[in-house]
Design a protein around this ligand. Structure first.
Ligand code: GLU
Length: 610
């Protein structure tokens, strides 16, 4: 029953005619024309010169026929497996996964954070996109992270109550469960309650994370008491109990998810935020006003596949559509994953994506991302700025046509905000026996979030995903702090469908996503290139060493064969750096033979299906 996946088996993307259609915004018919990929050379499981040298596990498996779950932690995967085995739906299993992850992977996601979820209803053949992102307090000023006209340091903002947004995850769980759940809410919280009560073994990753963050965690009394029992950091393999978390979940089990937003649970959070040494302004009004928003699906065509991911407030949609769209006008299909020139094209496309992302994406209830940024004309123009084999000196945001409905923040006055993101976060995919699919990315932002600990869980620092600077000489920044606004994200829960053949309904093909701050865009985008364009298996795609360029510098994954390209990139004019790049890609592929799960071997994730 335990299905680990390394190879996803034969996969052919014999796509001789490449078609690119944008469906995320209303689009002119004249834009729905195939650009210039001439053909895609695709070989399944081709040998990889650029192979991962740091593999710790080599799972092999056969496909699952009924259901599949992939999460960042074996205990969350196992608990969800049992829900699915007992006939539970993907949404039932989601409730269990998230509550277990909040316990065993507390540094990444939990009750105190926010999330985006894509849900595919197999019976209705419909996709829905849910935004459970945190909101800025209604009392938050746009200069929240400014002191005397200067942006404060990143960790000066992160630590304490100042960066805490109204959490959305619990409401997201509650609302999705109310709509699509089949088993009782109370029952679905039991696995986490039991683990918290009886204890679970601390994983190497949690122990390392505690060790690495010792100074910051120890500065907060609650976090110190939990992560440093007897004043010693948690050790790998140590049995850890969290009775406060068990009590919080037991309360929510009886009272329902909405109880999280009312006293006494809300007041415990508010008091912690307000009484911290770096206080925030969260209040009951924020909890009363909080809502989960069903967003318009963000879908576009690439290589004959329909790719659906998260639109604003995530930058994932625009970024992935631009990345793949710009590359559609290059000869990337003629190249392969071992060709440094292929990575140079991807790098230059990515630099343009990041320039536009910084300027043009924010909460859609406050700012409208201009549609022209994904028009065929625009993407082609951006591709023509790229010189093969030569680094662009400078990459600026493109000029968007002014959107007719744009609000006071006219595009010409928007500046590129600086909001650094750090890597915590968790992505999971669940497919149930009915074929319903959940692809969800969940976060508390930084590792251990704000470090504030309330009733057994950590509070997020999501507000640091806003631009610290509200404006500068040229005007307002789209992603500035505003009351009730959601900070820009990069989280990209993704679902890929086969292009519907005549008279046929579209069929799911891939479900994937990753943590990793703004590199999520590259992790997901590059995986799509490996799988859809170059015909790699999902596990191979995830295992490939990362080569990433967001802001000019070529980042090569440390201790991998990516370093073989160092010289080639330097010759092209790039500054290079070998860095630890910690993706956590998790996904499921739908094949003719069943479901194949894949978990990033850089983390502790596990796929399990039947
Ligand atoms: N807060 C980030 C975002 O929403 C995610 C952080 C991470 O992946 O580590 O984009």
């Amino acid at each position: 029953m335990n299905h680990w996946s390394r190879k996803t088996g034969a996969l052919l993307t014999a796509t001789l005619f490449i078609f690119y259609i944008h469906t995320g915004f209303a689009q002119q018919a004249s834009d729905l024309i195939a650009p210039e990929f001439s053909h895609s050379a695709s070989k399944a499981d081709s040998p990889t010169a650029l192979s991962q040298s740091t593999s710790t596990k080599a799972p092999l498996l056969s496909p699952a026929k009924e259901f599949m779950v992939v999460t960042a932690h074996p205990l969350a995967t196992q608990a969800a497996y049992q829900v699915l085995e007992s006939g539970g739906s993907a949404i039932d299993a989601m409730v269990t996964v998230q509550t277990v992850l909040g316990l065993v992977e507390p540094q990444s996601s939990g009750l105190g954070g926010g999330a985006f979820a894509l849900y595919y209803d197999a019976a209705k053949k419909t996709l829905s996109s849910f935004d459970g992102r945190e909101t800025a307090p209604l009392a938050a000023p746009s200069d929240l992270f400014m002191r005397e006209d200067q942006a404060i340091g990143f960790f000066d903002a992160v630590l304490g109550g100042l960066s805490v947004g109204t959490p959305g995850t619990v409401k997201l769980l509650g609302e999705l469960h109310a709509r699509f759940g089949t088993q009782s809410w109370e029952k679905l919280l039991l696995p986490a309650i039991e683990l918290a009560t009886k204890g679970f073994e601390v994983s190497p990753r949690l122990a390392e994370s505690v060790q690495r963050d010792a100074e910051r965690l120890k500065a907060q009394a609650g976090a110190r008491a939990y992560f440093f029992p007897d004043d010693r950091p948690l050790q790998t393999g140590q049995l850890l109990k969290n009775p406060a978390y068990a009590a919080s979940l037991s309360y929510l089990a009886k009272q329902g998810a909405q109880a999280f937003y009312k006293p006494p649970m809300s007041t415990a959070i508010i008091d912690t935020v307000r009484q911290s040494s770096n206080p925030g302004t969260l209040s009951q009004a924020d909890f009363d006003a909080y809502r989960v928003i069903q967003r318009k699906n963000y879908c576009f065509m690439f290589l004959g596949y329909e790719i659906c991911t998260m639109g604003p407030p995530s930058s994932g949609g625009l970024a992935l559509e631009q990345l793949l769209g710009i590359l559609s006008f290059t000869d990337l299909a003629e190249r392969n994953a071992e060709d440094p020139l292929a990575w140079q094209l991807i790098a230059e496309a990515s630099r343009r994506v990041f320039a536009d992302r910084a300027k043009y994406v924010a909460d859609p209830d406050f700012f409208e991302t201009p549609e022209s940024l994904v028009s065929k004309t625009y993407l082609k123009k951006r591709s023509m700025e790229i010189t093969p084999g030569k680094a662009s000196q400078q990459v600026l945001p493109g000029e968007a046509e002014k959107s007719t409905e744009s609000n006071q923040s006219a595009s010409s006055t928007l500046l590129s905000g600086n909001s650094p993101e750090q890597t915590s976060t968790s992505h999971f995919v669940i497919v149930d026996a009915q074929g319903n699919i959940l692809s969800m990315t969940s976060t508390i932002e930084n590792a251990f979030g704000s470090r504030l600990w309330v009733n057994g869980f950590l509070l997020n620092n999501e507000l640091t995903d806003f631009s610290f600077l509200p404006k500068d000489a040229q005007g307002w920044i789209a992603n500035r702090v505003e009351p009730g606004k959601r900070p820009r994200s990069s989280m990209s829960p993704t679902l890929v469908f086969h292009q519907p053949a005549a008279n046929k309904m579209k069929q799911p093909y891939l479900a994937l996503g990753s943590p990793g701050g703004s590199r999520i865009i590259n992790f997901v985008g590059h995986s799509l290139i490996h799988i859809l364009l170059w015909g790699d298996s999902m596990q191979n795609a995830f295992d490939r060493p990362h080569i990433i360029n967001r802001f000019g510098k070529m980042e090569l994954e440390l201790n991998t064969s990516a370093s073989n390209y160092n010289k080639a990139f330097q010759t092209m004019g790039y500054e290079t750096a070998e860095v630890d790049i910690n993706s956590g890609l998790h996904g499921v592929m739908f094949t003719g033979n069943g479901l194949l799960g894949a978990a990033d071997q850089r983390r502790e994730g596990m796929a399990m299906g039947r």
